[in-house]
Write a protein that binds this ligand. Structure first.
Ligand code: AMP
Length: 282
């Protein structure tokens, strides 16, 4: 496995060793890899001639009061996992490799970035879109793999790819969960044992909303109420938002008629977790 540092090294990898003919799949990550990330890598491995990953804790997508410095970093473990899954190259740039001196070009995906996570994390999706555009330009992947776990990120990247005509297929992979339903996340490591026991309430709330939908409920306000009622049963959970939105535009719905993204963000102490489910098709 090639471990690359500079953008020029990535370009040389892209051009080299059979690079011209075969397909390249790219898996962007911030490291601290878990089985959720690895499911993306395995999917990319099964669909492409060559697979690349990136590990970059992107300062541009963290707010001033967020956990950039504390974000978990496990580089040796990450490289071992990627190598064992047959990854051909991994880019582990420093911030200066991604944002060279004088950097001043950013991508804003305006409307899809505005609600939900974007409203609570100003600048987050500007940082995400900019770094993903950079990754696409440097790697020139045929396919790029993202997790449904970060549903708004997927919507933002899909919009950017369509708007700016990036020649890349965006492949979205299902959420990988613990046995008790908690979605795998690098931030789960921040939870105390009591908070960890309480955290599956996110999944229970989503399943309750899905059950109501499957019983015929189409009133989005009622579905939001089902989410809130479930969360209210868990004393350690402090809801940030619950949402029933159009799955493409992410605008809040009054009634569910087409595919709807049901999503929520909940705090447990200082840790903020997100999860979602799509109702009525994907
Ligand atoms: P991150 O390192 O948090 O930026 O995540 C890298 C990629 O892994 C993103 O596309 C995430 O959506 C995806 N991902 C994170 N957690 C999961 C999960 N539990 N299941 C599936 N994909 C995930």
């Amino acid at each position: 496995m090639n471990v690359l540092t500079t953008a020029d090294e990535v370009r040389a990898f892209r051009a080299g060793a059979g690079g011209a003919g075969g397909t390249l799949g790219l898996v962007p990550t911030m490291g601290a890899l878990h089985a959720g990330h690895l499911s993306l890598v395995a999917r990319a491995r099964s669909e492409n001639d060559r697979v690349a990953a990136s590990i970059f804790v992107n300062p541009a997508q963290f707010g001033e009061n967020e956990d950039l410095a504390a974000y978990p970093r496990t580089p040796e473990n990450d490289l071992r996992h990627l190598e064992s899954l047959g990854v051909d190259a991994v880019w582990t740039p420093s911030p200066g490799d991604v944002y060279p001196p004088g950097f001043q070009t950013f991508i804003t995906v305006e409307e899809v970035s505005a609600p939900l996570e974007g409203a609570r994390r100003p600048g987050h999706f500007r940082g995400v879109a900019t770094v993903v555009a950079k990754l696409f330009n440097v790697f020139e992947p045929d396919r790029a793999y993202f997790g449904q776990k970060d549903a708004q990120q997927v919507a933002v990247i899909r919009r950017m790819v369509a708007d700016l005509s990036f020649p890349v297929d965006v492949v979205v992979c299902p959420i990988v969960r613990e046995a008790d339903g908690l979605a795998l996340s690098s931030r789960n490591a921040y939870l105390s044992p009591e908070e960890r026991r309480a955290a599956p309430v996110l999944r229970r709330a989503l399943l309750a909303a899905r059950a109501a939908f499957e019983s015929g409920e189409r009133d989005a306000g009622r579905l939001r109420a089902v989410l809130n009622e479930t969360l209210a049963g868990e004393p350690l959970a402090r809801p940030d938002y619950v949402s029933v939105a159009d799955a493409v535009t992410l605008l809040e719905l009054e009634r569910v008629a087409g595919p709807a993204l049901v999503s929520l963000a909940v705090r447990f102490g200082g840790t903020r977790l997100i999860d979602n489910v799509v109702l009525g098709g994907t």
